[in-house]
Every structure is written in structure tokens, then in C-alpha cells.
Write a protein that binds this ligand. Sequence first.
Ligand code: 5GP
Length: 288
Amino acid sequence: MRRKRAALKELIAQGHTNILDLFDQASEDSAPLELRGLRVDWFLKSIPGVGATKCERILTSLGIRPTARLGGLRVRQRSALRVEVIQLLRHYLPHLRGVLIALVGPSGVGKGTIVSWILANFPQFVVSVSATTRKARAGEVEGEHYFFVSESEFDRLIAQGGLIEWAVVHEKHRYGTPSAPVEDELDRGKNVILEIDIQGARAVKKKAKDALTVFVAPPTFEELTRRLESRGTEDEEEKQRRLRTARLELAAQNECDALVVNTHVEEAGQFIVDLALGARTDKASKEK
Ligand code: 5GP
């Protein structure tokens, strides 16, 4: 056990392991004993950049004994220490945070299919669930496809600063990206994909300089019209509205960091994954 614990501390000290993910795992019954039983002061002091003084200051301010074990913290202690661990991660180990990827492209271009392919094949990627004021379509599930909210609930989200970005899309409904779940996934090292419109991508880029914006283009405009028709989810007026937005979006494709033509889902998906992993490696080498 002692050897396993030493190996764990070494792993943390090397700066390649996401400390928030470890911290969260430690409270699960299924976590390895060397993790559950790791003393909080050893955990903190193993983090590159954290010395004995900083460790003591954190634990004293939270009223946590240095000898307490990671797996044995009380709920309130755990959530207070989690906030500190997030601060340490952001400050000392920013390269372990995930990459934020905004996928932009006209309605019907196949962003959803690409995202499903990525999620099915790469567990380190997750998709953000947006809030919207539009009504759910048949088969859409609350919290899975969108959080369907009223106009006043959307107003409240904006007022509370709970959205990274939001926009009126297709000249009609409001859509926005909730910030808390996205930041949490990024802290835990996941790469987070946003499926948003060009206005949203611009806003994301302004806020998070290291976010990646990727434009997904159809092979041709005729192909896009055909895909939108074969989907059959929109009436004629809605389809025309979406094609109008599509023209505007296509005109803005050069603003994005990268462009991918969605001819084959696997190729487009792999291209986006490679871009994100490349951006992560860049981030890590900049830190060194
Ligand atoms: P739909 O109504 O077909 O589900 O979505 C229409 C469009 O809204 C999508 O193609 C996407 O570009 C945009 N959208 C979805 N969620 C968001 C969001 O959170 N923010 C922004 N800015 N656009 C979004």
C-alpha cells in the first residue's frame, strides 16, 4: 500500500494527472484504496507549485485536519476543498484543462452526426447542452438535446451571468451555452464541444482566447438544401428561414480557426479530434 501511495504522489507531482478528476474519484466507493486513503496534506503538497506553507494555509482556512483522508472528508469539507483544488489546477496546471471547441455551420450540415461519432469513439470529449426558448420537437429530451426554458427563465440565466454566450438564431428563438457545466468539464480535463451559431462562436472566442472555432461546411449549397429537406423536421417557412441563415453563416466561414467539409462523417470527426488534441499538446508545451 505504501508503495502504491508513493507512486500516486509521484504521478500527481509529474503534472500529467488531472487533480480534480482524482479528487472527485477519491470520494467514490469504487476508488482504489491508495487514493481514498491518501492524506489531504500529501495530496496538496504533491501538486507542482504547492509547498508546505500554501498547503497549511488552505487546510487551516477550511478547518480540515492535515491527516484527514481524501475519501473520508465530510460533504461540506469536500465541496470547500474542491473549490481550492480547481483554483490550484487553473493556476499551476492549466494544460490539464480540456479544450473548448465551438462547432459552427448551417442547420442541416450534419454537426449533430459528427458530434455523436466523436462522443461514441473518444471518451475524453463531451458535448455541452444548450438552453433554448424554442419548443421541443417530437423525440427531443429535456436535458439531453436542450434545456427548454421560457423567455423569463432565459432572461434570468442572462442576468445571473450563467451563460458563456447566447444569441437569437434563425431570426426567432434564443439559444445559449450554460457556463457552469462547461467550466466543470474543462476543469476535469474533458474537451467540450459546443454546437452553436456564428454569433455564439464570435462571443466564445472573445471570452476564451484559446477556444477553437471550427466551421463545418456542406460539400455544396444544393447538398445542404437536400439534407435539410430529407430531415423533414421543418415546414416550408422554417426551411426558408434556415437557408437564409445558412447563407449568412457560409459567408462567415473564414472567421473560424479551421474549416472542415462534411463529406464523410468519420473523416470530419477525426479531423476535429486531431485539431483538439493538437491544441492540447501546444498548450502543454507552452506551459513548460
Ligand atoms: P435547432 O433549432 O435546429 O436545434 O438549432 C438551430 C441552431 O441553433 C443550431 O444549428 C446552432 O447553430 C444554434 N445553437 C444551438 N445551441 C446554441 C447555443 O447555445 N448558442 C448559440 N449561439 N447557438 C446555438
